[in-house]
Ligand binder design. Structure first.
Ligand code: HEC
Length: 136
């Protein structure tokens, strides 16, 4: 095979690899993974629920300014202890009242509703993490 032909074949393959790795990188980037923090640890099972059911609206790149103003999950662990406590209490309250995800959104995406089990896991976590921070 001539050198020129080999190069001609390598270029598209390399480009494709670049594109594919770019895509998977983006996907990873869009997933919620809590920043490590001394103030707040988010267990994997809680992280997974927040990622599936809440993160889409409560992240810095989300569309709704209202949702972002109220809660940014990707910044939660970086807040001060007092602010984390306030956010945890808010999370507990909206889940307790069944206010999140918003009803209108659930009409279109019913599978995004929290199951009873998920609601319990979120509430227990929010309560115990908040209590722990308050106790310190
Ligand atoms: C479809 C988008 C969407 C999803 C999904 C969503 N939220 Fe929200 N969230 C909003 C919007 C919009 C607001 C602002 C509501 C307002 O101010 O009236 C909000 C507000 C909140 C607030 C602040 C409430 C207050 O008044 O202080 C909390 C806490 C919250 N959401 C938690 C969650 C949790 C936990 C989940 C997942 C179980 C979730 N959200 C899923 C859009 C969303």
């Amino acid at each position: 095979m001539s050198k020129k032909l080999t190069i001609l074949m390598i270029v598209p393959v390399a480009l494709m690899a670049l594109v594919i790795s770019g895509f998977s990188y983006q996907n990873q980037d869009n997933k919620f993974t809590a920043n490590p923090s001394d103030n707040l640890v988010i267990p994997d099972n809680v992280n997974e629920i927040l990622d599936n059911k809440c993160f889409g609206c409560h992240n810095v790149d989300a569309k709704s300014d209202k949702a972002k103003e109220k809660l940014l999950l990707d910044q939660l662990t970086t807040l001060s202890k007092a602010k984390i406590v306030a956010k945890l209490d808010d999370i507990h309250e909206v889940v307790e009242k069944g206010e999140m995800p918003p009803e209108k959104f659930l009409e279109k995406f019913p599978d995004k509703a929290l199951t009873d089990e998920e609601a319990t896991i979120l509430k227990n976590w929010a309560k115990s993490a908040s209590d722990e921070l308050m106790g310190e």
